[in-house]
Design a protein around this ligand. Structure first.
Ligand SMILES: Nc1nc2c(ncn2[C@@H]2O[C@H](COP(=O)(O)OP(=O)(O)OP(=O)(O)O)[C@@H](O)[C@H]2O)c(=O)[nH]1
Ligand SMILES: [Mg+2]
Length: 397
């Protein structure tokens, strides 16, 4: 039977209503049930974040990276409505050009602005008088170069007095002599063939040991070396955390122990970890301050000795970290540390933050130890192999 015949027949005999009425009632029922939800959703759509309705929480802008962000919002009718915000695809972060490493000239800006700026008057004088030479001597003495070094430089000036006809000539002589002093301590740092190659870092508190270890570790891992750093400054818990952070950043293994643990045993474990893990370089951090200086020196002696027990001939380098702000005090520090353990080289830090960069001239001449690196900023690249020419040019720029 065709459908239209069936409809006509059922309409005629009244049975059609028997089917239609239940279907109609079912539709009405569905609409009634859905209505409150729709109202709430409409309510929400109309609400703006700034319309003063404090009940609506704002969607946090930096919500974690889910595909959707769901919130359950209370509405005025008391019914909770779940809202899903589709997460916008994240735009890739714009590629920043790699920061150009600082030059020595930039790192020495403060030093140039200090005593070297005062020497400018002398360097631009058209004639060289005895008063001018005396004025220069005074400025040099006030510049923390150290008495012996200033005396040496002034001897050179007086010896060549006859040929010094202009301030420019004085400048060139001084620059040449300073360059010679700095050249005598310039030595590229070389990681020798011994494995593991152990570097022990020492220095007074705050000199920059831990930071410098972080920077060095980063440079070594970037060069493809496997590095272990030893948190042998167990005097403060924060020192271990600081080194662990730097180590993680550099991709180096960190060997540590609880606060107060024996620093020598941490160093010993680190050397053994490098041997068993096939790592090439171990850098040992040490405390800069203990209850007193005698304790510190005792402890450093023990660390040095125990490292030697872990690996014959280690440490291959014992580097003294010097804060350039300390000026000539660094010479005293170096002598004190040198009496406890054999110092093999120097790293001077914070040249960028001081007007006392010239003190390195005195340190170089007095200590006659290789200056391997100079810190001229906070980033890993700002720990630079010491370059006497660049340093001299930076001072006299
Ligand atoms: N501007 C600048 N700051 C530096 C440089 N080297 C180190 N610093 C800062 O000097 C401060 C002290 O450095 P640390 O590495 O903690 O010194 P430390 O020798 O380990 O100190 P202790 O653990 O107390 O013995 C930190 O705030 C470093 O960021 C540098 O070359 N330039
Ligand atoms: Mg430290």
């Amino acid at each position: 039977m065709r459908i239209w015949q069936w409809l006509v027949e059922n309409f005629m005999n009244g049975e059609l209503f028997f089917y239609i009425i239940p279907i109609f009632l079912l539709i009405v029922l569905v609409i009634v049930i859905r209505l409150p939800d729709n109202e709430d959703e409409r309510d929400l759509e109309e609400k703006k974040p700034d319309d003063g309705d404090k009940k609506l929480p704002q969607v946090p802008r930096d919500t974690p990276r889910h595909d959707t962000i769901d919130l359950t919002l209370p509405t005025e009718s008391g019914i909770e409505v779940e809202v899903y915000y589709k997460k916008e695809p994240e735009a890739p972060a714009p590629e920043l050009p790699p920061a150009a490493p600082r030059t020595f000239s930039e790192g020495l800006e403060k030093t140039r602005g200090g005593f070297f700026a005062r020497l400018k008057n002398i360097f631009t004088a058209s004639a060289v008088t005895d008063e001018l030479i005396e004025e220069m001597e005074e400025i040099l003495y006030s510049a923390d170069l150290g008495v012996a070094t200033v005396a040496h430089l002034m001897d050179e000036v007086r010896r060549n007095r006859a040929s010094l006809q202009s301030g420019e000539a004085v400048r060139e002589l001084l620059k040449a002599r300073i360059r010679v002093i700095l050249k005598s301590v310039e030595k590229p740092f070389a990681v020798g063939a011994v494995r593991p190659f152990v570097i022990l870092m020492v220095g007074v508190n705050g000199a920059g040991k831990t930071t410098t270890i972080g920077k060095l570790a980063k440079q070594f891992t970037t060069q493809g070396h496997g590095v272990v750093v030893a948190a042998a400054d167990t005097f403060r818990a924060a020192a271990v955390e600081q080194l662990a952070e730097w180590g993680a950043r550099a991709g180096a293994d960190v060997i540590s122990d609880r606060e107060g643990a024996d620093p020598a045993s941490v160093a010993f474990n680190a050397v053994n970890a490098a041997v068993s893990g096939g790592k090439e370089i171990v850098i040992v951090d040490t405390a800069g301050r203990l209850q007193n200086r005698v304790n510190l020196m005792e402890e450093l002696r023990k660390v040095h000795r125990v490292i030697g027990k872990a690996s014959d001939g280690a440490p291959q380098e014992t580097l003294l970290v010097i804060d350039a702000n300390n000026g000539q005090n660094a010479v005293t520090q170096a002598r004190e540390f040198g009496e406890a353990i054999p110092i093999t080289g120097i790293i001077v830090t914070k040249l960028d933050g001081t007007a006392k960069g010239g003190s390195l001239i005195g340190i170089a001449r007095e200590l006659a130890l290789p200056v391997y690196f100079a810190g001229i900023g906070e980033s890993a690249e700002d720990l630079r192999p010491f370059d006497a020419d660049q340093f001299t040019e930076g001072l006299f720029a």
